[in-house]
Design a protein around this ligand. Structure first.
Ligand code: UTP
Length: 292
């Protein structure tokens, strides 16, 4: 199965950091978000990865390419471990890139993958959503896809107040614990309008019929082709399942979430934990004064 990583959004919530660099390249500690996403796909056995890029996203292509000067310098300095790591990144997967010429929404971004994917099911992993789990999140979905033979989207329980940040599925028949047929998707509903207590996260396996559904989708108020609207069109023709995936998901599209992610992962990593833990404790006891 091929994977598609949409990474062409404007990332306005993270400006000015994202004025000239992609949010997908913002690090979690010292590794760009999109590298975690590519490594998840690779761990699930996916080799062919298409990244949907746009203006100002060159750094993504450079990151997954060879860097001869840098390699030469690391070799000269005897930094063999880092040299191996830098080369490993360039050999992770068969990386492909296509540009979304205008950021017309996530649905439109996925449609750019049609020629590369062809008439086959495909995985989608959002480039700004990182999931830590024992079994790669996307493999949890491909397993269910193989059983059901239909599109599967990943969901997680969300606190009601956060429904305004998510696509929320309406649930139909429960197939097994944590797996439902869905009947509708509502984009960013107010808590009282949310049809379930689940939110959609950035991992999906789609039947190729999704491409036709996106084409038949009308743009929303902002002029963007939303994935949630395309899912509604797809639901008129085919079954779509929601799977409550296991793992911890980090949304890097928002500045506070990005900061929290860095602190949490910094506390998890053996090489940064020792220095960070006393620092975080001290900060919690006596927080610094707010900047004016
Ligand atoms: P977001 O909804 O976070 O939008 O996109 P955004 O433009 O990146 O960020 P904000 O809201 O302006 O801060 C979710 C995913 O879809 C991709 C993004 O790159 C991100 O991975 N996307 C979004 C596209 O590839 N193209 C688009 O036109 C919109």
């Amino acid at each position: 199965m091929k994977a598609v990583i949409p990474a062409a959004g404007m990332a306005t919530r993270l400006l000015p950091a994202t004025k000239s660099q992609p949010k997908e390249m913002l690090p979690i500690v010292d590794k760009p978000a999109i590298q975690y996403v590519v490594e998840e796909a690779v761990a699930a056995g996916i080799r062919d990865i298409l990244v949907i890029t746009g203006r100002g996203k060159r750094a993504i292509e450079d990151h997954f390419d060879r860097a001869f000067e840098l390699e030469e310098m690391l070799r000269a300095k005897g930094q063999e471990d880092m040299l191996r790591e830098v080369r490993r990144i360039a050999e992770l997967a068969d990386m492909h890139y296509i540009r979304q010429r205008e950021p017309l929404g996530l649905g439109h971004a996925i449609l750019q993958a049609r020629t590369h994917v062809g008439d086959a099911p495909f995985a989608v992993l959002l480039g700004d959503d990182v999931v830590f789990s024992d079994e790669p999140c996307i493999r949890q979905l491909t397993r269910v896809f193989q059983q059901q033979g239909a599109s599967v989207i990943a969901v997680e329980p969300i606190p009601p107040a956060r429904s305004v940040l998510y696509g929320v599925p309406a649930l139909g028949k429960r197939v097994s614990p944590g797996l439902w047929e869905i009947t509708d998707v509502v984009e960013k509903p107010k808590p009282r309008d949310a049809p379930s207590k689940l939110g959609i996260l950035g991992r999906y396996v789609f039947m190729p019929a999704l491409f036709g559904a996106i084409e038949r989708t009308k743009p929303g108020k902002s002029g963007e082709y939303q994935l949630a609207d395309a899912l509604r069109v797809l639901l008129e023709e085919e079954k779509v399942y929601a799977l409550a995936t296991k793992g911890r998901r980090y949304d890097l599209g928002d500045r506070t979430e990005w900061l929290k992610t860095n602190i949490e992962v910094g506390l998890m990593r053996p090489d940064t934990r020792k220095a960070l833990l006393p620092f975080v404790r001290a900060m919690a006891r006596k927080p610094p004064r707010p900047l004016r």
